[in-house]
Design a protein around this ligand. Structure first.
Ligand code: SF4
Ligand code: SF4
Length: 150
Protein backbone atom coordinates (compact mmCIF):
# COMPACT_ATOMS: atom_id res chain seq x y z
CA UNK A 1 0.00 0.00 0.00
CA UNK A 2 2.76 2.59 0.76
CA UNK A 3 4.00 2.12 -2.81
CA UNK A 4 0.55 3.01 -4.12
CA UNK A 5 0.36 6.08 -1.89
CA UNK A 6 3.83 7.13 -3.09
CA UNK A 7 2.46 6.87 -6.62
CA UNK A 8 -0.48 9.07 -5.63
CA UNK A 9 1.86 11.70 -4.18
CA UNK A 10 4.05 11.65 -7.28
CA UNK A 11 0.96 11.91 -9.47
CA UNK A 12 -0.24 15.04 -7.62
CA UNK A 13 3.21 16.62 -7.90
CA UNK A 14 3.43 15.70 -11.61
CA UNK A 15 0.07 17.38 -12.31
CA UNK A 16 1.26 20.56 -10.56
CA UNK A 17 4.54 20.51 -12.45
CA UNK A 18 2.71 20.20 -15.78
CA UNK A 19 0.63 23.24 -14.81
CA UNK A 20 3.90 25.05 -14.09
CA UNK A 21 5.15 24.26 -17.60
CA UNK A 22 7.56 21.42 -16.86
CA UNK A 23 8.19 18.84 -19.59
CA UNK A 24 7.77 15.11 -18.98
CA UNK A 25 11.54 14.77 -19.10
CA UNK A 26 11.97 17.40 -16.38
CA UNK A 27 9.23 15.82 -14.27
CA UNK A 28 10.76 12.37 -14.55
CA UNK A 29 14.06 13.79 -13.30
CA UNK A 30 12.50 15.80 -10.46
CA UNK A 31 10.46 12.83 -9.22
CA UNK A 32 13.06 10.16 -10.03
CA UNK A 33 10.70 8.20 -12.27
CA UNK A 34 11.06 6.95 -15.82
CA UNK A 35 9.33 8.99 -18.47
CA UNK A 36 6.86 6.29 -19.45
CA UNK A 37 5.60 6.11 -15.88
CA UNK A 38 5.17 9.88 -15.82
CA UNK A 39 3.23 9.64 -19.07
CA UNK A 40 1.05 6.84 -17.66
CA UNK A 41 0.31 8.85 -14.55
CA UNK A 42 -0.58 11.98 -16.47
CA UNK A 43 -2.99 9.97 -18.57
CA UNK A 44 -4.58 8.47 -15.48
CA UNK A 45 -3.18 4.99 -15.96
CA UNK A 46 -1.54 2.69 -13.37
CA UNK A 47 -3.11 4.61 -10.51
CA UNK A 48 -5.97 3.72 -8.23
CA UNK A 49 -8.45 6.38 -7.18
CA UNK A 50 -7.89 5.53 -3.52
CA UNK A 51 -4.12 6.16 -3.79
CA UNK A 52 -4.82 9.64 -5.16
CA UNK A 53 -7.45 10.32 -2.50
CA UNK A 54 -5.07 9.27 0.30
CA UNK A 55 -2.30 11.41 -1.21
CA UNK A 56 -4.70 14.37 -1.33
CA UNK A 57 -5.38 13.90 2.38
CA UNK A 58 -1.67 13.71 3.20
CA UNK A 59 -0.83 16.99 1.47
CA UNK A 60 -3.49 18.70 3.62
CA UNK A 61 -1.87 17.55 6.86
CA UNK A 62 0.16 20.07 8.84
CA UNK A 63 3.58 20.63 7.21
CA UNK A 64 5.45 18.39 9.64
CA UNK A 65 3.17 15.40 9.20
CA UNK A 66 3.10 15.97 5.46
CA UNK A 67 6.89 15.96 5.09
CA UNK A 68 7.60 13.17 7.58
CA UNK A 69 4.96 10.91 6.04
CA UNK A 70 6.02 11.72 2.49
CA UNK A 71 9.67 11.05 3.32
CA UNK A 72 8.77 7.70 4.90
CA UNK A 73 6.40 6.62 2.12
CA UNK A 74 8.38 7.79 -0.91
CA UNK A 75 11.81 6.85 0.48
CA UNK A 76 13.66 9.17 -1.89
CA UNK A 77 14.91 12.54 -0.68
CA UNK A 78 14.95 14.31 -4.04
CA UNK A 79 11.44 13.13 -4.93
CA UNK A 80 10.23 14.08 -1.44
CA UNK A 81 11.68 17.57 -1.85
CA UNK A 82 9.92 17.96 -5.19
CA UNK A 83 6.58 16.71 -3.86
CA UNK A 84 6.70 18.97 -0.80
CA UNK A 85 7.82 22.04 -2.73
CA UNK A 86 5.24 21.46 -5.47
CA UNK A 87 2.22 20.55 -3.36
CA UNK A 88 2.67 22.90 -0.40
CA UNK A 89 1.10 26.25 -1.20
CA UNK A 90 2.47 28.11 1.83
CA UNK A 91 5.50 30.37 2.06
CA UNK A 92 7.69 30.89 5.12
CA UNK A 93 10.02 33.61 6.22
CA UNK A 94 12.96 32.61 8.36
CA UNK A 95 15.30 34.27 10.81
CA UNK A 96 18.55 32.87 12.20
CA UNK A 97 19.72 34.97 15.12
CA UNK A 98 23.33 35.86 15.92
CA UNK A 99 23.13 33.44 18.87
CA UNK A 100 23.62 30.56 16.37
CA UNK A 101 26.73 28.62 17.37
CA UNK A 102 26.97 26.56 14.19
CA UNK A 103 26.40 23.23 15.90
CA UNK A 104 24.65 21.72 12.84
CA UNK A 105 21.74 20.16 14.72
CA UNK A 106 19.27 21.95 12.45
CA UNK A 107 21.15 20.84 9.31
CA UNK A 108 20.90 17.21 10.34
CA UNK A 109 17.23 17.37 11.26
CA UNK A 110 15.90 19.10 8.13
CA UNK A 111 14.49 16.38 5.89
CA UNK A 112 14.64 18.50 2.76
CA UNK A 113 18.16 19.92 3.07
CA UNK A 114 16.95 23.50 3.37
CA UNK A 115 19.69 24.47 5.84
CA UNK A 116 23.41 25.00 5.24
CA UNK A 117 26.20 26.09 7.50
CA UNK A 118 28.41 28.94 6.37
CA UNK A 119 30.99 30.59 8.62
CA UNK A 120 29.53 28.64 11.53
CA UNK A 121 26.10 30.11 11.03
CA UNK A 122 22.97 28.39 9.75
CA UNK A 123 21.39 29.67 6.54
CA UNK A 124 17.90 28.57 5.55
CA UNK A 125 16.66 28.44 1.95
CA UNK A 126 13.17 29.93 2.07
CA UNK A 127 12.36 28.40 -1.32
CA UNK A 128 12.76 24.93 0.15
CA UNK A 129 11.57 25.40 3.73
CA UNK A 130 8.17 23.80 4.29
CA UNK A 131 7.60 25.13 7.80
CA UNK A 132 7.80 21.83 9.66
CA UNK A 133 9.43 23.69 12.62
CA UNK A 134 11.63 20.74 13.56
CA UNK A 135 14.79 22.89 13.35
CA UNK A 136 13.23 25.63 15.45
CA UNK A 137 12.27 23.17 18.18
CA UNK A 138 15.60 21.34 18.28
CA UNK A 139 17.95 24.32 18.12
CA UNK A 140 19.82 24.33 21.46
CA UNK A 141 20.20 28.12 21.45
CA UNK A 142 16.69 29.02 20.24
CA UNK A 143 18.22 30.84 17.31
CA UNK A 144 15.65 29.97 14.63
CA UNK A 145 12.33 31.63 13.93
CA UNK A 146 10.15 30.23 11.14
CA UNK A 147 7.03 32.24 10.32
CA UNK A 148 4.25 31.51 7.84
CA UNK A 149 3.77 34.41 5.46
CA UNK A 150 0.25 35.72 5.11
S1 SF4 B 1 20.73 24.25 15.64
FE1 SF4 B 1 20.68 26.42 16.20
S2 SF4 B 1 22.72 26.87 16.99
FE2 SF4 B 1 22.87 24.93 15.87
S3 SF4 B 1 23.48 25.56 13.77
FE3 SF4 B 1 21.25 25.45 13.79
S4 SF4 B 1 20.58 27.56 14.25
FE4 SF4 B 1 22.73 27.39 14.82
S1 SF4 C 1 11.20 24.41 9.25
FE1 SF4 C 1 13.39 23.96 9.46
S2 SF4 C 1 13.55 21.73 9.40
FE2 SF4 C 1 11.54 22.28 8.58
S3 SF4 C 1 11.83 22.45 6.37
FE3 SF4 C 1 12.11 24.51 7.21
S4 SF4 C 1 14.31 24.67 7.52
FE4 SF4 C 1 13.86 22.47 7.31
Amino acid sequence: MPKHIASGLKYLAAVELVRDGYSQKEISKALNMDRSTVSHYLHGRNLSLSSIEIAELIIKFNPRDFIVLTDAIVGDKEATKTIVKTCLDKKYSVEVKDTCIGCGVCVDICLIDAIMLDDLKAHIDTELCCGCLMCEEKCPTNSINIMEES
